[in-house]
Write a protein of this length. Sequence first.
Length: 150
Amino acid sequence: MSGKGTASARILLVDDEWAVRELARLILEHEGWAVVEAGSLEQAVECLRAENGDFDLFILDLHLPDGLGTQLAEQIRRSCHDARVLFATGDPGWLRRLEGEGQAVLPKPFTPLQIIQAVRPVLAERRRGGDFHTSGKVLPGGRDAPPTGE
């Protein structure tokens, strides 16, 4: 890990597994990104309200105790059209489905390098003002790698 993240990037990390969330937070903060955590859809909605939706990236676990991360993503995208969402899941069926929809996906379990390599291109795309979809690529740890140079 290099600590070369974009210091101004703010990330909402939503995962119901405390250990996964804690590890991801530590990795992302080490890269220089500010991280706000939530363990459920309800907590995530509270964070969105408290922070006025002011996040550069939303990392959403797919399966949460009170619903699916895709439900939260729909709500986020309705209120913030340029929102960047990175889904995290270990479910092969959902990986294929999300990949087919062109969503950014981080397969679980992931290594520190894999989460960093997944986050960087999504944040870079936000800085360039491009679309939040990834042309169906599963990000590091999955079947396909992101395009080089991002």
